[in-house]
Design a protein around this ligand. Structure first.
Ligand code: SAM
Length: 259
């Protein structure tokens, strides 16, 4: 994370991801660019599997960058939207309907250099089983990119909104939920996410906090003249040992040992 100006969305993606979306996703794209450059030393396209990739918010830009992308998602409507989005962008993304835990049956072993699992582990029945399946789909020497909702941030956000009982419940509930009205089934801390990944036999390589300040400041600042400064701040804070734990989303890159 040395290049604080670095935002990996370039060209067509840069034009499309504007304002708040660009600020919120800058750290994540920078991390993805880094891992894609690292997992295979020689230049070239990689096999990427996006589990729960939905309508292609990550898959289509990655295909535009030249990678061979497969999306596995349980929702056929999301896959139909993905196919439309890919066609509009002039790229091919393979769409496979199925459950994350069935990944080995759907794709076979060692199918990908990089497996993405972004905003999905919060919803699956068994996160441990899903992580084991993701791991099976990664080639030795490849990586997994996992993005999840942060438990600590949820407590902060509820407290700032004046919901102090909710904030207390988020911190004490094992699933990190604030009550029956909470639509998020599960949240993670750095510790619970790292344990999940290690339990699947992966080595934690990097952990980033995504959206540390972007969800706390007035939303108008995300589109204004200060957006670049905020991106630079998010980029530095993403790897700060204290601040990263306060992020709305926790992003973890884990490697599968080679051989
Ligand atoms: C919040 S969306 C995230 C979409 C995308 N990954 C992103 O970050 O923009 C969650 C996606 O996970 C999919 N999903 C939920 N449970 C799943 C499961 N058990 N197996 C496969 N996909 C699942 C949903 O259909 C949905 O498309």
């Amino acid at each position: 994370m040395s290049d604080v100006r670095g935002v990996a969305v370039t060209g067509r993606q840069q034009k499309r991801v504007r304002g708040g979306g660009r600020v919120r996703s800058a750290v994540l794209w920078e991390a993805l660019r880094t891992v894609l450059g690292r997992i295979t030393p020689e230049a070239g396209s990689r096999d990427v599997v996006d589990v729960g990739g939905g309508t292609g918010g990550f898959a289509v830009p990655l295909a535009e960058l030249g990678h061979r992308v497969t999306v596995v998602d349980a929702n056929p409507d999301a896959l139909a939207a993905l196919e439309r989005r890919a066609a509009e962008s002039g790229v091919r993304v393979r769409a496979v309907q199925g459950d994350a835990v069935d990944l080995p049956d759907l794709l076979g072993p060692d199918a990908a250099d990089l497996v993405l699992c972004h905003s999905v582990l919060e919803y699956v029945d068994d996160p441990g089983a899903a992580m084991a399946a993701l791991t099976g789909a990664v080639r030795p020497g490849g990586s997994v990119s996992v993005l999840v909702a942060g438990q600590v941030a949820a407590a902060l956000h509820r407290a700032v909104a004046g919901h102090f009982d909710d904030a207390r419940r988020v911190l004490t509930d094992p699933a990190g939920r604030w009550g029956e009205g909470d639509r998020m089934p599960r949240r993670f801390t750095r510790e619970t996410l790292s344990a999940l990944v290690r339990g699947a036999g992966l080595r934690v390589a990097e952990l980033h906090g995504v959206r540390i300040f972007a969800d706390l400041v007035p939303s108008g600042l995300l589109d204004g003249d200060d957006a670049e400064a905020l991106i630079a701040l998010e980029s530095v804070a993403a790897v700060h040992p204290v601040l990263r734990d306060l992020a709305t989303q926790l992003h973890l890159v884990a490697d599968k040992p080679a051989g």
